[in-house]
Design a binder for this molecule. Sequence first.
Ligand SMILES: NC(=O)c1ccc[n+]([C@@H]2O[C@H](COP(=O)([O-])OP(=O)(O)OC[C@H]3O[C@@H](n4cnc5c(N)ncnc54)[C@H](O)[C@@H]3O)[C@@H](O)[C@H]2O)c1
Ligand SMILES: [Zn+2]
Length: 378
Amino acid sequence: MTVLTHRLTVRHAAGSYPVVVTPDDLAGLGPLTRELLGVRRIALVTDENVARFHLEAAEHALRGAGHSVEVLVLPPGEANKTPASLEHLWLSMASLGFDRGAVVCALGGGIVGDVAGLCAATWHRGVDLVQVPTTLLAQVASSVGGKTAVNLGGTKNVIGAFHPPRLVYASLATLTTLPVRELRAGLGEVVKHAVIGRPELLSQLEAEAEELVGARPQTLAPLVAACIEVKRDIVERDEREAGPRQVLNFGHTFGHAIETVTNHALLHGEAVAVGMVAACRLAEALGLSTPHVRTAIVSALRACELPHDDRAYWTQAVLNAILRDKKVRGGQVQFVIAADLGHVATTPIDLDVLHRFFVKPPASTEPESTYDAVRSDP
Ligand SMILES: NC(=O)c1ccc[n+]([C@@H]2O[C@H](COP(=O)([O-])OP(=O)(O)OC[C@H]3O[C@@H](n4cnc5c(N)ncnc54)[C@H](O)[C@@H]3O)[C@@H](O)[C@H]2O)c1
Ligand SMILES: [Zn+2]
């Protein structure tokens, strides 16, 4: 089967950038960066794991196009998505004499992308950023849309900036070295995009997930491109998350809280998987959704061998983490819920209702339970 390169354009307030989804390796990165940015001095940021597999090829591609390249390697993992890592990048760039003409190139998963992205957003008040996502999650979700961040204490992404890249270069060939658990976690975000804007992908995932995970990752190209299209269509309408973009947080309110409470025992995509199920259960109990939405999501998650049982997570600790993460306004918290497949929206939920659920989790086996019934629950 011939897998073609997909090219998309994402527009934003200050311009636009291409997103290239290619079955090929990193060789094409050099000519593309040169074409878009000219010959430049590049801070190539990666983590130790990605460096082992893909740094040489990335350096070779960039140097081959005439760029000068300095390599900055971060320790891997969410525990390192911190202000300390950001400061390390700043200090390294200062000692290497990078100025406002610097280009930051993020070679890695969502963590490298978010930290290096925030470095690019802040270095001399903002320099060019190239995203080279090497996890499925980063290719379908984090590399597109311009959000960058680090965590602070126990709270995810609390220090951040919107800083669109100049180029996203997603080489599916880099996924061949990705641990299979990470590949599956990326499918969690694929399911999310499907629920938001491409429900037909859910049945495709249900039927083909095993094959997709087992086959060469290059075969994921159409799926990755479809997810990026869903995200593109949303971020173009709402670059700064004033409204519509919030739907991309489907599953993330619970998901972030679960990540925090379990101390990242669950990967981001796994936590989002469980978070989507929890959000569905909540919506059903409020009479805002029906069980078939949750069933369709659970079937796809099961086929992807992702966690999908939320019942252990209706705890006070998870609620506390949600409330730390979310602004409470007028006694209400905004939640993203799927009223139906392809119909995801934010809705305010009363804090006292939420409190009650975390004392007595919603029994979604009783879909007929209504908002009022829940409110009168002791
Ligand atoms: N900015 C956004 O819009 C956005 C959206 C979704 C998620 N995120 C963030 O993304 C992060 C999660 O990203 P992730 O799942 O990519 O995690 P990650 O960056 O930690 O990568 C997962 C693991 O795989 C390793 N790895 C990466 N690419 C590899 C490869 N090709 N071969 C072998 N190993 C490889 C990494 O070193 C790491 O150990 C979270 O912090 C989340 O908050 C951001
Ligand atoms: Zn996410």
